[in-house]
Ligand binder design. Structure first.
Ligand code: NAP
Length: 289
């Protein structure tokens, strides 16, 4: 029986593990794939205080090492259910814990168009897949910070990058939008939606609500993210499915806490995920006492 089981090994989960172990609690962190979460797909991290020259994977490895050095156990399993008590049921095994911290993060929002899951050439991560598009023509769909950062990244690889957004104004921060506007490789198609994906096995282009068709080698979808927690239906969530909790990270079920991007909140950053991890661990420690 563990004191605290943490589901998810991104910055929220890893920070929770560090705080739980520093308080001497028997701690298990359960991760479905690889620790680090979205940090693993991030190039240079430029807004984590004091670490001016670090990449996402470096920061992830450093957090994981700190948690493990402090004695946190890590098991690789995908949790599918939490039963009262608490019993965490995974695809591989079952785990018992007195308190649970959910830190499962988010996943990319899908287009919902025919062919999205079938066609090669559709991606949700430029730093992961951008390298396949050297000197090719690609488009990024979305108008937030992710879309603009992805388009800037791809402009260093591809021959041409379209930035397609449903409104005339981009939601992304002014400085990066300016960088994008002055980039010769980027063409913006604003006030238009992607309505159809073209191609048989591989994407060859898209149709837009403006009536225009665009020939493409790749489409990068960056239209926001959704909470990733299939087993959270017993918990109170907001209208978009994020788990409701204030900054104490206490959920509607005693003994279950939430941290990071899967919690309802305004700002989703590495630093706010880590802050949640600390708060959730502290709340779990008080609950155990
Ligand atoms: P986001 O800020 O929510 O932007 C999502 C974009 O997708 C918006 O432009 C939105 O359009 C559009 N969109 C949403 N649903 C759509 C749909 N069904 N069809 C077409 N377009 C749709 O998401 P994000 O860019 O992934 O960023 C998430 C958070 O991470 C934000 O807080 C962001 O600031 C932060 N972030 C920060 C950095 C950084 O370096 N500081 C980098 C990346 C992300 P509308 O604008 O019309 O709503």
């Amino acid at each position: 029986m563990y004191d605290i089981a943490i589901i998810g090994g991104g910055p929220a989960g890893l920070t929770a593990a560090i705080y739980a172990r520093r308080a001497g609690k028997k701690t298990l962190l359960l991760e479905a794939t690889a620790c680090g979460g979205q940090m693993n797909n991030t190039g240079k991290v430029s807004n984590y205080p004091a670490l001016e020259d670090i990449t996402g994977p470096q920061l992830a490895q450093s957090m994981q090492k700190q948690a493990e050095d402090l004695g946190a156990e890590i098991a690789y399993d995908r949790i599918v259910r939490i039963e009262p008590g608490f019993k965490l049921v995974g695809e591989e095994d079952e785990y018992l814990a007195k308190a649970v911290i959910i830190a499962t993060g988010t996943e990319p929002r899908k287009l919902g168009l025919d062919g999205e899951d079938r066609l090669a050439g559709i991606s949700y991560c430029a730093t992961c897949d951008g390298g396949f598009y050297k000197d090719k023509v690609v488009a990024v769909y979305g108008g937030g910070n992710s879309a603009v950062h992805e388009a800037l990244y791809l402009s260093g690889v591809a021959q041409k990058v379209y930035l397609i957004h449903r409104r005339e104004e981009l939601r992304a921060a002014g400085d990066v939008v300016e960088k994008l506007r002055s980039n010769q490789k980027v063409e913006m198609l604003l006030g238009t939606n992607v309505t159809k994906l073209l191609g048989d096995k591989k994407l060859t282009g898209i149709e837009l609500s403006s009536g225009k068709s665009v020939e493409l080698d790749g489409l990068f979808v960056a239209i926001g993210r959704e909470p990733k927690c299939d087993f959270c239906s017993d918990l109170a969530t907001d209208g978009e499915g994020f788990i409701v909790a204030d900054e104490s990270c206490t959920t509607s079920i005693p003994g279950i806490f939430v941290a990071g991007d899967v919690r309802t909140k305004e700002l989703r950053q590495i630093v706010t995920a880590s802050a949640d991890g600390a708060a959730a661990a502290e709340a779990a420690i008080k609950y155990l006492a």
